[in-house]
Ligand binder design. Structure first.
Ligand code: CA
Ligand code: CA
Length: 207
């Protein structure tokens, strides 16, 4: 059995923009899989119309492509089941639901101590929300966005803008002028006072 048979294809629920480290044109799917296997660090690859995009999650490149599916090495997809982290998106990202309640800042510190950060629902990667649903009971959880720098302008902690239609009706409302942190509330986004104590979601890369 050839090793290239060990890749599984995962279909994404949205069209997703991803950065890639290398593009190889005019090769077959099997050759693309072999390129990924022999690459220094290939987290997953995307192949379409004989174009092969090699993605290194630890070192994203500057070029991006819109993808509808990914191929992930089966050997990788369960690697983050350690210490309560679950694989989502075919194992590209590891997510943990922390069942203890902390304020937003301490929640993020806990995630950093795990080698990651409080969960970011990236603009073009809002699919993570969809993927995460199977992990999440309805409830309230801190996630990695805030408007601490400028009132009303929410950013993720990686610096990217929060651009999503996933807000709860009437939110964000900066209630009482005190709400600067983002929570995931019954699967919708809401701004909430950062000193409140909630369960929270952490993410870390597969590496
Ligand atoms: Ca605010
Ligand atoms: Ca609010």
């Amino acid at each position: 059995m050839c090793k290239q048979d060990s890749f599984s294809r995962y279909y994404l629920q949205n069209l997703v923009t991803t950065f890639y480290s290398r593009e190889v044109n005019d090769i077959s799917l099997v050759t693309c899989a072999l390129v990924c296997l022999s690459a220094e660090s290939c987290t997953y690859f995307y192949w379409h119309n004989r174009s092969c995009f090699i993605v290194n999650a630890a070192s994203p490149g500057n070029s991006s492509v819109n993808i509808t599916s990914i191929y992930v090495d089966d050997d990788l997809k369960d690697m983050c089941n350690l210490d309560g982290y679950n694989t989502i998106f075919g194992g590209v990202l590891c997510v943990k639901v922390y069942d203890v309640e902390k304020n937003w800042k301490n929640a993020n510190t806990t995630c950093e101590q795990d080698g990651g950060q409080i969960l970011v629902m990236r603009t073009s990667v809002f699919y993570i929300k969809l993927e995460a649903l199977s992990l999440l009971p309805h409830g309230e959880y801190w996630i990695g966005g805030h408007d601490m720098a400028k009132e009303g302008e929410f950013t993720w902690i990686d610096g990217s803008d929060v651009t999503t239609d996933g807000w709860e009706d009437g939110q964000p409302d900066n209630y009482n002028g005190l709400e600067d942190c983002l929570q995931f509330k019954h699967l919708k986004l809401n701004d909430k006072n950062c000193i409140g104590r909630l369960k929270f979601l952490c993410e870390k890369p597969l590496m």
